[in-house]
Design a protein around this ligand. Structure first.
Ligand code: ATP
Length: 489
C-alpha cells in the first residue's frame, strides 16, 4: 500500500493506518462506516478503543495527505456522520485505473492496441494486493475478484498476442503461467496452441496429457471440451489452428531493432546479409520501399507476403540481378556494388529456374561446378556429393526431363550450393509442390542451412510450413516490411 503525490511518497504511517487508507481507496468516493473499518481491521476481536483508534488514524492520514499536497491532487478524507469517504479521482487509484484500462481494452477491436492496453494494465500489479497491510484472508475479502480480473486480463492479452502471430514470443510466459495456475484450462489451451504454432507438436500434445493427468488426479475431472477439441485438431493438423496472416501496424510505428532479430538461441552472431533502406522503383511504383534487415550465419530467414509484395525483387537485388534505386546491401561484408565478388558468396534458386531436360542431374551439376572453376574431377565429385545431400543420389544418372517438380527443386537447391556459398537465396522453393513435397523440401532447406552453417533467405506466400522451418520471418506488403518475428523452431 503506497500513496504518491507527484514523485513524493506520502508517509501513511504504520500498518493498520495504511490499511485504513487502503480500505478508503478501494471504496473511493463512497462512504465507509467506522464499524466497517473496525471489522476489517480487527476481524475477530476488536479492542474496546477500536473506534477511537480509527478516528485517530484517519486524522493522521488527513495530515499526511495535506503534508504531501502539491496542488495536483485534491484528494481528501471527509466525514459524514459516523462514516468516512476518500474523495479522489478514481483513476489515481491503481485498482480502479486497472479496471478502467481493462474495460477500454475489451472495447478495442485492434488487437495490437488491445495488447498494449492490457499489458499496461497488468504492469500496475506489483504483487498480491494489500500483502503488506493485512492477512491474505482479509485481503481476499477486501479485494474480492481482483486476482480473477488480473488473470482474465492476462488470458485475454495472450489470446490477442496469439491472434497477432506472436506465438513464439509468449511460449515461455504461458509455460510459467500453466505451472503457476495448473487449473486454468484457458492458459493450458493457449500454451498448446502456441507450442503447436511454433512447430512443437509433441510438446503441445505433452502439455495436453499433463493437464489431463493433473485434472484427473487432483480433481477427478475431465478436461474441458476446449482442451480435448484442441488436442484432436492438433493431432489432425487442422489448418484452422495455423497462425493467421496478420496485418501489423505500419513499420514506422515499430522500432528498427525488431528487424535485427535479438535471438536468444545459439545462432552465430556473424551477420552475413545486411539490407539497409533498400528500395526499387519501376516507373512510378515502388516494388520495394525502404526495407532494412539483417540475417546471420545459419539463419533461415523467410520473406513472406502476398503476390506483388516485393519478395522476388528483394531477392533479385540480393543476387545482383536488379540494381536498387536506393539503399545498400552487404553479403558477407561485401557491398552490393561489387558484383563479381558478391556473386561468389551466393547461391540462387530463381523463381522459375529452367533445366535442360536432356542432361542428367549429375551432368547438370558438374557443368555448373566447372563454371565456378572446378576441375572436371572436382566438379563430378562435388556434383555427386550434392546429389546425395538433396536426396537424389539414385536419380543422378537419369535425365532431368524425367524428374518430378519436387526433384527439380531439389536439383535447383543442389545447384545453388555448387560454389560453396555463404548465403543461399531461394525464390518460392516450395511453389507447385503438394503438402508432403513442400514439407520434405523445406525440411531439406533447414537441414542444409544447419549442416553447412549457411544463411538462407527464402521467399514464400504465408505458408505455415515455411514459418515452421524458418528461424525468423519478415512480412512484406506492397514493398514495405510490416512485421518481423523470431521463430523458435
Ligand atoms: N521488371 C519489372 N518491371 C515493372 N514492375 C515490376 C518488375 N518486376 C516486379 N515489378 C512489380 O513490382 C512489384 C513487386 O513484384 P515482386 O515480383 O517483387 O513481388 P513478389 O512478392 O515476388 O510477388 P509474387 O508472390 O507474385 O512472386 C509488383 O507490383 C510487380 O508488378
Amino acid at each position: 500500500m503506497e500513496a504518491w503525490e507527484q514523485k513524493l511518497q506520502l508517509d501513511l504511517g504504520p500498518r493498520k493506518q495504511r490499511l485504513a487508507f487502503a480500505i478508503l481507496a478501494l471504496h473511493a468516493n463512497q462512504l465507509v462506516p467506522v464499524e466497517r473499518l473496525v471489522d476489517l481491521t480487527w476481524p475477530s476481536q476488536p479492542p474496546r478503543t477500536a473506534q477511537h483508534a480509527i478516528h485517530v488514524r484517519v486524522s493522521r492520514l488527513r495530515r499526511a495527505i495535506a503534508d504531501g499536497r502539491s496542488g495536483q491532487n485534491d484528494a481528501n478524507i471527509i466525514t459524514r456522520g459516523s462514516a468516512y469517504m476518500l474523495k479522489v479521482n478514481p483513476l489515481s487509484v491503481d485498482v480502479h485505473r486497472f479496471r478502467a484500462v481493462v474495460t477500454g481494452a475489451r472495447q478495442e477491436i485492434d488487437d495490437s492496441v488491445k495488447v498494449s492496453l492490457l499489458r499496461h494494465a497488468l504492469s500496475m500489479w506489483h504483487g498480491p494486493p494489500l500483502a503488506d497491510v493485512t492477512t491474505p484472508d482479509a485481503a481476499a475479502v477486501l479485494c474480492h475478484g481482483l486476482e480473477e480480473a488480473r488473470l482474465a486480463a492476462l488470458e485475454e492479452c495472450l489470446d490477442a498476442e496469439l491472434r497477432l502471430g506472436r506465438h513464439a514470443a509468449v511460449v515461455d510466459e504461458l509455460t510459467d503461467l500453466v505451472a503457476q495456475h495448473p487449473h486454468r484450462q484457458r492458459f493450458q489451451a493457449l500454451l498448446m496452441l502456441a507450442l503447436y504454432r511454433c512447430g512443437r507438436v509433441t510438446d503441445a500434445l505433452d502439455a495436453y496429457r499433463a493437464a489431463r493427468v493433473r485434472l484427473a488426479d487432483e480433481q477427478a475431472l475431465e478436461p474441458e471440451s476446449r482442451l480435448s477439441d484442441l488436442q484432436r485438431a492438433i493431432l489432425c493438423a487442422d489448418p484452422a489452428l495455423d497462425a493467421p496472416f496478420v496485418r501489423f501496424p505500419a513499420r514506422t510505428q515499430l522500432p528498427h531493432e525488431i528487424w535485427s532479430f535479438a535471438r536468444t538461441d545459439p545462432l552465430s552472431d556473424e551477420v552475413t546479409v545486411e539490407v539497409r533502406d533498400l528500395s526499387k522503383r519501376y516507373g512510378t511504383s515502388w516494388a520495394v520501399d525502404g526495407i532494412s534487415f539483417t540475417a546471420r550465419k545459419g539463419e533461415v530467414l523467410g520473406l513472406l507476403g502476398p503476390n506483388g509484395a516485393g519478395k522476388t525483387t528483394t531477392l533479385r537485388i540480393l543476387s545482383t540481378v536488379v540494381t536498387p534505386t536506393r539503399g545498400q546491401i552487404y553479403v558477407g561484408g561485401v557491398p552490393g556494388t561489387r558484383h563479381t565478388e558478391l556473386r561468389k558468396l551466393i547461391g540462387v534458386l530463381p523463381e522459375s529456374a529452367g533445366y535442360p531436360g536432356h542432361q542428367t542431374g549429375l551432368e547438370f551439376l558438374a557443368y555448373h561446378g566447372r563454371l565456378f572453376g572446378l576441375s572436371r574431377a572436382e566438379a563430378r565429385e562435388r556434383a555427386a556429393r550434392l546429389l546425395g545431400q538433396v536426396g537424389l543420389s539414385n536419380r543422378g544418372g537419369a535425365r532431368i526431363g524425367t524428374y518430378s517438380r519436387g526433384m527439380r527443386q531439389r536439383l535447383g537447391i543442389a545447384r545453388a550450393l555448387v560454389n560453396n556459398p555463404s548465403v543461399v537465396l531461394l525464390d518460392e522453393p516450395a511453389a507447385g509442390l503438394d503438402p508432403p513435397g513442400q514439407r520434405d523440401l523445406l525440411t531439406l532447406v533447414r537441414t542444409v542451412a544447419e549442416a553447412r552453417g549457411i544463411t538462407v533467405v527464402l521467399s514464400a506466400h504465408a505458408l505455415p510450413e515455411v514459418e515452421r522451418i524458418c528461424t525468423g520471418v519478415l512480412i512484406l506488403e506492397r514493398g514495405k516490411l510490416v512485421s518481423g518475428q523470431v521463430m523458435t523452431t
